[in-house]
Unconditional design. Sequence first.
Length: 576
Amino acid sequence: MADNPSKTPFGDIQKNGIIVLPWVTGMSEGAGFDSLSLQPKGAPYDPQKSDLTLKPTSGSSSQTFTQAVRRIESSSQLNDALSVSASVSASYGLFSATASSTFQKETQVNNYSLYFLVSSFVRNSEEQITRYALSDAALALDGNTFRQKYGDYYVGGVVSGGTLYALLNLSTNSRETKQKITASLDAKYSGGLSVGGKFSTEISHALKTSGVDFSSEFKTAGATAEWNASAKHDTVDDIIASANSFPVGVNEGGAPMFAILMPYSLLAQAPQPADSISTAAVNAVRKTLTAIYLQADQILNSVNYALQNPKQFSADIIAKLPKVQHKMTQVMQDIQSANDAIMKDPANAASVKLPKMPPLTDIPERLWGGSVPTVSPVPNVVPTTLRYTLGEAQTEVWAMTDKPLQTNCQRYLDQVTADVTSNYSAAFNFIATLASTVKALDEGVTAEVAKKLVQSLAGEITLQQTKWDAALAQQKAAFGSFAGSDPDTTLPMFTKVLNPVIWDTTSDSVTFGGSAYWAALDTMVKDQLVTIADAWPQGTTPSKGGQYFHFPDSLWAFQQAAFHDAMETQYVSVPA
């Protein structure tokens, strides 16, 4: 039987020690911060025993400056690019009051324009407060009350600097026009590149194409008022010049860009809460909310564009769009409500109801020039939620007083955990295989090769379905051997919580990556990829897959990362 873990009051938060996160509006030196709700908290320090004077840390580097141009195709890619610029995870940025999340919400990315993000980032040397001590009133609080009022970290230092974001929008009047300028820029600007005159020349050349218009969103933080007043951003050349001169504007100014957060648990006599909260479980839910929000945002922006430019679309398509517009708006509102619930009570994040996107078949994603099916990931998949449930089951097993029953339950729980881990690994590997297959199709293959590639995917899904079904059969047999005649009263955690999740084969169980997940993938391959492969042009001339379907790489990568995170998650439990 597994050993009981040692008590860690802050769960998996504490082991990371000091962390550095982007500055959130409402933060201040010495004040608290909650790393799960992402909210600034009150200040528990004693002003007589503390000195909040900021001093440079030893070995702190001088000002650094980075800049890049990134091609943006979706709201999700914009979020990722902004997160890279700010050195922070995408899940943190969208639901916080940081400069990058504010810029994300102020911009609109649709399917009918070509975008480039120009970013400049200045980071000054870090400074930390001189001395910090908690007040007697704060020390007198019990641990849980202390965390509610002051969070789990305090702002122990600041890194000042500045950010410049400029989203260049090359809007087009037809799908053909977009494809034309995309082809001319695709190979040159598909990733992060330096800001320079060559880029300006290429964009200026694209703008000469008939049917292409230019606009931009420009935002800075940390620069002096004088620099902001002199900076121009009306043209591509203006934006490039402003991006290159940005360090000069920040040199004499700067604003808090990062907070150096230190855990209270490192202080002497700091109140220690009894509740342990899994950061991984909270982040998994928040990441899923982010993915759904960004997808809904992308569709809503595209619908709004179409409604504002009705002459570019057929009347029957325009007639459908108000309904789609309402659905996407509702999804985004539901996500905000779900995130508000997490901020209010992070400990119950795993039980937050995740909003669902309507079936993508109801949404005309490509509203001009014909329809191209989108091969999208299975929605609402949160593998870490099951890990969290397994951890709760483990806690109950440790608390059992009936030793023979405890031994049987532990053996069964170990088997389920191993099966789930193996299944998550298979899902992770399948997405990698799917991505490589799609890449091969995109590069151009014959009809014969296309069919073989897709049939191979279908065969892999069938194999994994068989493996998981066999695992379920063994689990049911193992549980039945000791469950007894009245399991509802003796083993409620298993019979009412864990087993229904593990054994369920309905569509709702895809949240946990079980039987229904493979069934959904099977449907996706047969209904979309097999159909596409069957329609592949015959003959020996290769055809490219991009003509027949769209594969959202970032969304599939996100889902693959979710399975990886779940395999790495270690639930921290405190036995009763």
